[in-house]
Design a protein around this ligand. Sequence first.
Ligand code: AMP
Ligand code: MG
Length: 423
Amino acid sequence: MADPSSKTATGTIGKSEPRPLLTVAQARDQILDRVAALNAETVALTEARGRVLAEEVRSERDVPPFANSAMDGYAVRARDVAQASADQPVRLRVLGEIRAGAAPTGAVQPQTALRIMTGAMIPEGSDAVVRVEDTTEHDGTVEVRVPVPFGTSLRAVGSDLHRGDLLASAGRVVTPGLIGVLASAGRVAMPCIRQPRVLVLTTGDELREPGETLGPGQITNTNRYTLLAAVQDAGGIVVDAGVARDERGDLTERLAAAGKSDLVVTSGGVSMGGYDLVRGLLEERDAVTFWQVALRPGKPLMFASVGGVPLIGLPGNPVSTLVAFELFVRPALLKLQGRTDVHRPRLTAITEEPLQNPPHLEQYFRGIARHDGARIVVRLTGDQGSHVLRSMADANCLLVVPLGTSEVSAGSAVDIIPLGPID
Ligand code: AMP
Ligand code: MG
């Protein structure tokens, strides 16, 4: 074990004066200061969903590229049908038909029309389209029962995009809608920020994999799987370093792969126990930036570096692991991807239950929020023990009780951080 008064660790309790713990915001700022957007790579349109644009994208063409019909109907001259009514329909000679994807078969002359399909090119001479529902065609003539003002049911050239228009700025997340716009603008690929590679290492002699038989004192490794999923959810690429036994050699060996990743995330081995070797090992190397944050659950959080790569040491208790991931790892992964909106928005909700908090910590309870008429109300997801993973799995939000607050009574307003949809 490293000397607990090690000068590299903020908040260590040792021979010297205990320092106040870093707040969640301070700790997150220190982590975010150490990561920056990764470089760009070319990404095909079909692979771009959820990726972040590295550069602004402008349209290479006008969209639509030609004036076309918004309706199935007849391309006409507006002035020819100005007097049309149900009682006295206007009769126009039908010169032919224009289908989508084909060039017009001719031009519209006075007192004539061309049958036209949605998306087909507007022919010369036509300045409006009358809907098929407002007409009757027989013997080469169409009867038009309504007047259509100039421009009716026409889609002008460039009415969606003009060549050179800004489609999206750098930092924009690529959504299905944006993919469509990029496709229509002629793009087949675009520069996106590389996805961060995240080395995920779980630690603990007691851990067995799901499905394996548990011996005395053994538990199932849940953090390996929650972290793999959480990293992917946040846009990262997992490099699974497996499970390290609580033993120096194994830890050192598995952490040696760190250099090929952009971030290392570990679980366990950072609290006060005799086998909390992740912290011990990195303190010995003078590689710890801070240890311990004024947070519940997740106080033993550690920030360090290994092989020149930032390492976030998450506490082993499964709820602490995920809450700390949410507060520290996710924002770091978003920043690495070039996102500027790295913090989740907060909402105000009314707590249905009283909340107790040690005032020197900021506490993140797990809750279920729902709309109740005009306001959002929130209740806890049962037992809030840091080992009760269901409290996290069932939650659609975190409830934040800030530093300095020891009690929140039922019916008071609290900040919540939505993690999913609120009914
Ligand atoms: P540690 O910080 O290593 O002392 O771990 C704290 C608690 O979390 C202990 O009860 C561990 O058994 C538990 N724990 C650590 N790692 C995991 C894991 N990967 N999956 C589930 N529980 C874990
Ligand atoms: Mg452990």
